[in-house]
Design a protein around this ligand. Sequence first.
Ligand SMILES: [Zn+2]
Length: 256
Amino acid sequence: MIDTHAHLYDPHFQPDINQHITEIQEAGVNEVWLPNCDLASWDQLVELTTKFPHFVLPMIGLHPTYVKENYILELQGLEALLEKNKVLAIGEIGLDYYWDTTYQKEQIKAFERQCHWALDRKIWIDVHCRKAYGDLIRLLKKPEYRNLNGIIHCFSGDYREAQTLASLGFKLGVGGVITYKNTTLFEAIKDIPLTSIVLETDSPYLSPVPFRGKPNSPKFIPIIAQKLADLYQVPLSDLIEITNQNAQILKTMSGY
Ligand SMILES: [Zn+2]
């Protein structure tokens, strides 16, 4: 199984990172994809990809909640790193109007610029979107992004938004939220074919039940896979095979 989105470089996983990695591998997770947040997180991320090169794969990008008045400098720094480093995807990038809308315009500018980084390199984007699905879809429908695809990480939109994003070629990332009692997530995705779904944890956030409220880990991917298999009423082995294939397609696109 592949965890397509985990902040495994988060200080929470230190200093026992070797132990964490062992537990993750013992749980049957053989790859973890690392979304970047800003320039400051890149060094921690690279430390991990250097230490475990085939187990963790890097993305690079400026996370929308890190878009502040200095965002142009941040983007310049990240773009320089992108010139020198092979990455799986541009991420995590996107729009977040949930926490703060002060830099809404700047978030859109940063997102669009980073979409072009992906297009220019023929790689994909890993999208973070909260309370901004209208704007996200409006942007992704622009003709210039026709060839862009990727993952909508921790998908939290409604049924119509799920349909639209899947039809635009995006996979929907599903994590611990699917196990929550009051979630409407499955209502939104139940008609989306499994060929448009990938597994993720967003560790150390959003732990699945029964670990909700505790730090999340990629080792909980099997819980998410089992819950999805139950909801879609397919054998677990089928669910794992299909979601792995979906992730594999993205990997291949980026030359991994
Ligand atoms: Zn994330």
